[in-house]
Design a protein around this ligand. Structure first.
Ligand SMILES: Nc1ncnc2c1ncn2[C@@H]1O[C@H](COP(=O)(O)OP(=O)(O)OP(=O)(O)O)[C@@H](O)[C@H]1O
Ligand SMILES: [Mg+2]
Length: 141
């Protein structure tokens, strides 16, 4: 395996601040990831796994620590909860990101439909999330 470092995480910490008080969710998480590696982060419920992933993809800011990507890589992140909007069709849920950016072209639509076909969801393009199984919802997410 090529030993090329693509991600270096050092001493990552995250404290959530709520009305109820402070929660130290991640305390000193470090990781080096090399190209081609497949890793799992395992730990008890509430130990901070989702918080780490949300920081790695830039959804939330660390309280302290360093996240350094060595290459200009693209990140795909499937959230623990699918967060689909129940009132939008599967196709419209998938187009939401582009719609918010104000640019849904016919080409984009075709690409999204092709992706949905790839994930075995072709016949559900015009269905609503409530008609899908848990795994199908995850794939839409
Ligand atoms: N948005 C938030 N606001 C306040 N506290 C939070 C928030 N999200 C998570 N926490 C707290 O941070 C800690 C870590 O939560 P996190 O969701 O990262 O755990 P997890 O390892 O993914 O758990 P699980 O295996 O159950 O998915 C928990 O104590 C949780 O209560
Ligand atoms: Mg989680």
């Amino acid at each position: 395996m090529e030993n090329k470092e693509i991600l270096n995480v050092k001493d990552l910490c995250k404290t959530y601040h709520t009305k109820q008080g402070e929660t130290l969710a991640v305390d000193g998480f470090s990781l080096i990831l090399n190209k081609g590696e497949f890793i799992s982060i395992v730990g008890p419920s509430g130990c901070g796994k989702s918080t780490v992933l949300s920081m790695l993809c830039g959804l939330i800011k660390p309280s302290s620590g360093k996240i350094e990507y060595k290459d200009n890589i693209k990140i795909g992140y499937m959230l623990q909860q699918d967060c689909l909007f129940e009132w939008r069709t599967i196709l419209d849920n998938c187009l939401l990101g582009l719609e918010v950016k104000g640019k849904v072209t016919d080409e984009d639509k075709k690409y999204v439909i092709k992706l949905l076909e790839t994930y075995g969801l072709k016949e559900f393009i015009n269905s609503y999330p409530s008609n899908l199984s848990g795994g199908m919802r995850q794939r839409v997410g």
